[in-house]
Design a protein around this ligand. Structure first.
Ligand SMILES: Nc1ncnc2c1ncn2[C@@H]1O[C@H](COP(=O)(O)OP(=O)(O)O)[C@@H](O)[C@H]1O
Ligand SMILES: CC(=O)OP(=O)(O)O
Ligand SMILES: [Mg+2]
Length: 402
C-alpha cells in the first residue's frame, strides 16, 4: 500500500492543532485541537472528517507530549493511528527557523539542535514545537518528519528591511534582526491571490494582511517577500488579539524604571495582555463588533486603534512595493470581519483602493474579489490554509527523498 497520508502538527504555546490529509487528493481525514495545555481545564476536540463525527474530552493535559499522545490515541480509535502504514510523513509547523532554514527541512538531530539554539529568540513558540517533534519521533522513529518554518518565506527580505538600526556587531552576536512570521500563510495567500487574478505569482505585487489572533502584513514582490510587519519575534507590527504590536521601545524602560515592573511582567503585559484585549478586555473581533453596535466607546476606540495601525502598514507597503496589484485579507478576522475590511480600505481611494459594499458583505469559503470591477488595485478575501501548505511542502520533500 502506498503511503500517501501526512499528519500536520501545529504546536502553539498552549495549544496543539492537527490535521491528517491524504495527499492523493488533499482530502482531510481528521482534524482537531487541544487547548489550554498545562491547565486543569484542557480540552481535546477531535473530528473524523470522513464521517463528521466529533469527540470532545476535558480534563488536565500536562504538556505537549501528553497532548500529542492523546491525539495519537484519538486517531487510533478512528483507524487512522500513527502506526498506519499509509502515513508517509509528519509535517511540523516550526515558528522560528532563524536565518538558517530557508526551506522545509527533513528533521534530524542537527536540525533539532538548531531549532533549540533559536529558543532565546522564540521563547513562547520553539519549545512547544520541539516537544511535538520529539514526541512524534519517539512514536514513529522510522517515519520522515519535516519542519516547515514560519520564517522561511521571509528570508528573501533585503537587509534594508531585515535589519534594525542598531550596532550590527551587537545585532549579529545576539541574532537580532527582523525574521517575520506566518510565512506559510503569506506564501500560500500571495500565490492564491495571483491565481485569483489569473496571473503567475511572478507577475504581481501583493500586500497580504494575515489578521488572526496573531496578525501580520507582508509586501510580496513578484512572489518574493520584501517586507513584513513582525520582527525578531511575533510581537512587532500590527495591533493583535493580545499583543501590542509596534510601540516606542522606551515604554519598556519606563515601565521597568518608573512602573516598577520586572522584565517578565512587561513581557507578559505586551504579549498576553495588550492589543485588543488590553484596550477593551476582549480579543475576539465578533465580541468587539457586538459591543460597538451597542454603543460601547471602549470597544470602538480599540477598533479604531487596530484599524489605524493596519492602514499605516497598507500605506507603507504601497511605498515599499511601488506598484500594487492586490491587497488580500486572510485569517480569522480578515476572512470573516467585513467591517474590518471596510474600515481598513475606507479613505484609500488615493491609492487606487475601493470596496464594493455588496461583494464585501458576501460570506463564502472561497477566494474572491471584493473591489469594484474597474478598481485600479484589486482587493481580495483569500482564505488561508497553513495546514494544507505544510502538508503539501512535507509531501513534496518526502516524495523527493523516497
Ligand atoms: N465571524 C467572525 N467575525 C469576526 N471575527 C472573527 C470571526 N471568526 C473568527 N474571528 C476572529 O478570528 C480570530 C481567530 O483567528 P485565527 O486565524 O483562527 O487565529 P489563530 O490561528 O491565531 O488562533 C478570533 O479571535 C476572532 O477575532
Ligand atoms: C507566529 C504567530 O504569531 O503565530 P500565531 O498567530 O499562531 O500566534
Ligand atoms: Mg493562525
Amino acid at each position: 500500500m502506498a503511503a500517501t497520508r501526512v499528519l500536520v502538527l501545529n504546536s502553539g504555546s498552549s495549544s496543539l492543532k492537527y490535521q491528517l490529509l491524504d495527499m492523493r487528493d488533499a482530502a482531510r481525514l481528521a482534524a482537531g485541537l487541544v487547548e489550554r495545555i498545562g491547565e486543569q481545564t484542557s480540552r481535546l476536540r477531535h473530528t473524523r472528517l470522513t464521517t463528521g463525527e466529533t469527540r470532545e474530552h476535558t480534563g488536565p493535559i500536562a504538556d505537549h507530549d501528553a497532548a500529542l499522545k492523546a491525539v495519537a490515541a484519538e486517531l487510533g480509535r478512528d483507524g487512522l493511528g500513527l502506526d498506519s502504514p499509509e502515513l508517509a510523513a509528519i509535517g511540523h509547523r516550526v515558528v522560528h527557523g532563524g536565518m538558517f532554514f530557508t526551506e522545509p527541512t527533513v528533521i534530524d538531530d542537527e536540525v533539532i539542535a538548531e531549532i533549540e539554539r533559536l529558543i532565546p529568540v522564540a521563547p513562547l513558540h520553539n519549545p512547544a514545537n520541539l516537544t511535538g517533534i520529539r514526541t512524534a519521533r519517539a512514536l514513529r522513529p522510522d517515519l520522515p518528519q519535516v519542519a516547515v518554518f514560519d520564517t522561511a518565506f521571509h528570508t528573501t527580505m533585503p537587509e534594508s528591511a531585515a535589519r534594525y538600526a542598531i550596532d550590527p556587531k551587537i545585532a549579529d552576536r545576539h541574532r537580532i534582526r527582523r525574521y517575520g512570521f506566518h510565512g506559510t500563510s503569506h506564501a500560500y495567500v500571495s500565490r492564491e491571490t495571483a491565481r485569483l487574478l489569473g496571473k503567475d505569482p511572478s507577475e504581481v505585487n501583493v500586500i497580504v494582511l494575515h489578521l488572526g489572533n496573531g496578525a501580520s502584513a507582508s509586501a510580496v514582490e513578484r512572489g518574493r517577500c520584501v517586507d513584513t510587519s513582525m520582527g525578531m519575534t511575533p510581537l512587532e507590527g500590527l495591533v493583535m488579539g493580545t499583543r501590542s504590536g509596534d510601540l516606542d521601545p522606551a515604554v519598556i524602560f519606563h515601565l521597568a524604571r518608573v512602573g516598577d515592573m520586572s522584565m517578565d511582567e512587561i513581557d507578559t503585559l505586551l504579549n498576553k495582555r495588550s492589543g485588543l484585549f488590553g484596550l477593551c478586555g476582549d480579543n475576539d473581533m465578533r465580541e468587539i463588533r457586538r459591543r460597538i453596535d451597542e454603543g460601547d466607546e471602549e470597544a470602538a476606540l480599540a477598533f479604531d486603534i487596530y484599524i489605524h495601525r493596519l492602514k499605516k502598514y497598507i500605506g507603507a507597503y504601497f511605498a515599499v512595493l511601488g506598484t500594487v496589484d492586490a491587497v488580500a485579507f486572510t485569517a480569522g478576522v480578515g476572512e470573516n470581519a467585513a467591517p474590518v475590511r471596510e474600515a481598513a480600505i475606507a479613505g484609500l481611494a488615493g491609492l487606487g483602493l475601493a470596496l464594493s459594499p455588496e461583494l464585501n458583505a458576501v460570506r463564502a469559503d472561497e477566494a474572491r474579489l471584493i473591489s469594484p470591477k474597474d478598481a485600479r488595485v484589486a482587493v481580495a478575501v483569500v482564505p488561508t490554509d497553513e495546514e494544507l501548505e505544510i502538508a503539501t511542502q512535507t509531501y513534496a520533500l518526502v516524495g523527493k527523498h523516497n
